[in-house]
Design a binder for this molecule. Sequence first.
Ligand code: AMP
Length: 406
Amino acid sequence: MELKTVDSFDFKEKRALIRVDFNVPLDKQYNITDDSRIRGALPTILKIIKDGGSVVLMSHLGRPLKKLKEDGTIDYNKFSLGHTVKHISELLGLTVQFATDCIGADAFAASAALKPGQILLLENLRFYKEEEKGDAAFAEKLSKHGDVYVNDAFGTAHRAHASTTIVANYYTAEHKMFGYLMASEIKNADKVILETQRPFTAILGGAKVSDKILIIENLIEKADNIIIGGGMAYTFFKAQGGHIGSSLVEDERLDTAKEVLAKAAAKGCKIHLPVDSLVADKFAADAQTQSCDSANIPDGWMGLDIAEKGIADFRAVVLQSKTILWNGPMGVFEMEAFQKGTIAIAKAVAEATKGGAFSLVGGGDSVAAVYQFGLADQVSYVSTGGGALLEYFEGKELPGIKAIRG
Ligand code: AMP
């Protein structure tokens, strides 16, 4: 479906209220340690300014109402978006004004006074409980900041919060649209799921089956292959009667794992598990290690990465794929001793991409891995969405997208 973006609108003398995702990591001195989310929103902001419009930016930063100070009060300084203003101004090459509240009288005075070409950033939306509750009165107030509503925050599109979803109710269809980042996230995800070139291989890793079960169930219907690596593979081995030593396992998910295997077989979707593992005698960077059969791990040892045969099998599947979705590492890649499997898969995905496959990497840890191994520019698309991307591939309609697309 065609997506309505900021390209379809002339912002001359209009004020755009843009929901961005400036939920960036900050160090103890409040320096931004990764500004990719801010960079991702720049094209949308610049298009509106170039048209002769003005911009009101709104975002959340962290979870101020969940991470209270010891005395039980909100840490307004720690969670202030004010820490980001200087850096955003530098990236844009324009001065960004800051309102120390998002719905106070000062904020409305500042947004009302904006002239074409000017930009205002509102303070953290999550200082108000109404934001996460999707409160209508709060959303209506936010809507007064702009003539047009633009959503460019894919990372929060799975939440029906006031600023991501409810606010759209206060705009006509002509006056709400997607920013470029959001549109490209949707377009690339749709390339995987709606314009699938076959074979389609989904690579799923990470710690827990329970986090990935819905995506596995949905992908069984769509993918030709599902590669399962990382800690969650051991629940599948145990479910099939394997001996997994002290590897990560979710005993309450053994039946689920069996059902997944049966359902995949019935649907003709091949599930690939790592035949061997790099096992360790403790969960530590300096552990003793050895390779062994993943279904026959000695007592006291745990699988922390996939090993040679597993890597070779996975690589072969990836290289013959035309569409690849990757979410989750193959092992405990944060420790050098257990990153070989994740590196090998990242390289295989890059190689398949070079050969013409479309590859999308998404979800915190696999994104961190492709950046860490210098391969981010060798895959087709790296998503900024964690939970939102997973929910998209679980087959759910994201409220932030529906609010605009209808
Ligand atoms: P997730 O957030 O579910 O994608 O999981 C990512 C985390 O899973 C990373 O921190 C990895 O270190 C961890 N992980 C991957 N493989 C294993 C494993 N075999 N055992 C324990 N943890 C693992």
